[in-house]
Design a protein around this ligand. Structure first.
Ligand code: MN
Length: 438
């Protein structure tokens, strides 16, 4: 099966010069979606597509009438303050819009002059959460994360026996999902201090990150009608960066028997840009199971998923402490990994979520779960990087961290690159910890 078409041609160049530089995350082969407006303005948020250091204002494109047909319908749907209407149109409409924008933004395109007036510099933009997220589900698809965490609690039996059979997830909180730039107060909750007989209420002392990807659902499914794995990706609009902030001390006390609750509901931060599955096509890789592991049950298995179901998305986490910020120093990189190490694929998450009849709706969001890779430096959470808080990270300038301190900012970056393809980026996902409320 090939997913490639003319929009992936590495030779394509744009008349937007900044899209042709080696270091841009937003070449003409990417074309990710966000909602934006001019910073500090009272303008309505509307859909936009990144090209180089610019945004194609899709409301302005709709008003121009330059793009017609199925792509024109998609442009009009994307003119709203959230992308749900575009997401609901389905994969053929997204593909038509991508093709029309790719052709209109190429060097020599007839649309160059009219579309030039539809560009807004990213430096002058602010973003919003790109969809009305009706439901947010957080999965647990990294076997390395599950094993590392399990080992902290159950050294003799780190991985529970269901892990290799069933994609584990829980229903998360949608209302507190914010877009990159989000600053939130350190959560307060119940914790059981070591050796104490009863819990106390107070600020979390073990505030952590979770390096994840977010999967936005496009077209939904009818209640009671599962999505077959062979159709699963038709329901996926695209992928963003996601930081699932987690209060480990609150989590440790509350998580049995129903899983995390307040330890993760206070904030989740996503990147503004959603990279479509079509843009990610050159970076697909086989889904493989380690020798001796069980193969997925039939409803979680198909040939396309085996051959091309995983994505090689490079991920990096940086920590910027107040001291580094004040010194003008660069953020410290604390993790590098790839999404290719996940145990379950995007298609398997969709097939599993719906197998019991659950209906997904346009704009629903899945978290991948913490994307730890196979080696310790590829761990996507501080609780793993510091061995449960016992081995502090050494930062430039002599600072140490076990968990996050007030004023810390965390930056997640993602990109795809390989020989023969143009590098594409996800931009960044930044969040900052504010002091707890008194
Ligand atoms: Mn999570």
């Amino acid at each position: 099966m090939t997913f490639l078409n003319e929009t992936h041609d590495p030779a394509l160049r744009s008349w937007v010069a900044s899209a042709n530089t080696a270091d841009t995350g937003f070449p003409i082969q990417n074309l990710p979606f966000a909602v934006f407006r001019r910073k500090g303005s009272a303008e309505a948020f509307r859909g936009g597509v990144a090209i180089g250091d610019q945004i194609v204002d899709l409301a302005a494109v709709a008003a121009s009438g330059e793009i017609g047909g199925a792509a024109g319908e998609a442009v009009r749907a994307a003119s709203q303050d959230k992308l749900n209407a575009l997401m609901a149109l389905g994969r053929p409409a997204w593909a038509a819009l991508r093709l029309a924008l790719s052709r209109a933004l190429r060097q020599g395109a007839a649309e160059q002059e009219p579309l030039r007036t539809c560009l807004v510099p990213q430096a002058e933009a602010e973003y919003d959460v790109p969809a009305r997220i009706g439901d947010y589900t957080d999965f647990y698809t990294s076997v390395h994360h599950a094993t590392n965490i399990g080992r902290l609690f159950r050294p003799d039996n780190p991985l529970l026996p269901n892990y290799k059979w069933v994609p584990i997830g829980y229903h998360g909180r949608a209302s507190s999902i914010g877009v990159s730039g989000q600053a939130f107060r350190r959560p307060v909750g119940q914790t059981l201090p070591v050796g104490a007989a009863q819990p106390v209420a107070g600020p979390s002392r073990a505030l952590d990150i979770e390096l994840e990807l977010g999967v936005f659902i496009g077209s939904g499914n009818t209640l009671g009608e599962p999505v077959a794995i062979t159709e699963a990706e038709d329901h996926v609009f695209g992928i963003c960066l996601l930081n699932d902030w987690s209060a480990r001390d609150i989590q440790a006390w509350e998580y049995q028997p129903l899983g995390p609750f307040l330890s993760k509901s206070f904030a989740t931060t996503i990147s503004p840009w959603i990279v479509t599955l079509e843009a990610l096509a050159p970076f697909r890789v086989p889904f493989v199971r380690p020798e001796g592991d069980p193969q997925p049950l039939p409803y979680l298995d198909c040939e396309a998923n085996r051959h091309t179901g995983a994505f090689d998305i490079q991920l990096q986490v940086e920590l910027l402490t107040p001291r580094l910020r004040e010194a003008g120093s660069a953020a410290a990189t604390i993790c590098r990994t790839s999404y290719r190490h996940a145990y379950w694929t995007v298609a398997q998450m969709v097939a599993h979520h719906t197998v019991g009849g659950c209906n997904l709706q346009p704009g629903d969001l899945f978290g991948s779960g913490t994307l730890s890779g196979p080696t310790p430096d590829q761990a996507g959470a501080l609780i793993e990087l510091t061995a449960g808080g016992k081995q502090p990270l050494q930062l430039p300038g002599g600072e140490q961290r076990t968990f996050l301190e007030d004023g810390d900012s965390v930056v997640i970056r993602g990109w795809c690159e390989k020989p023969g393809a143009v590098r594409i980026g996800f931009g960044e996902c930044v969040g900052t910890v504010l002091p707890a409320r008194d």
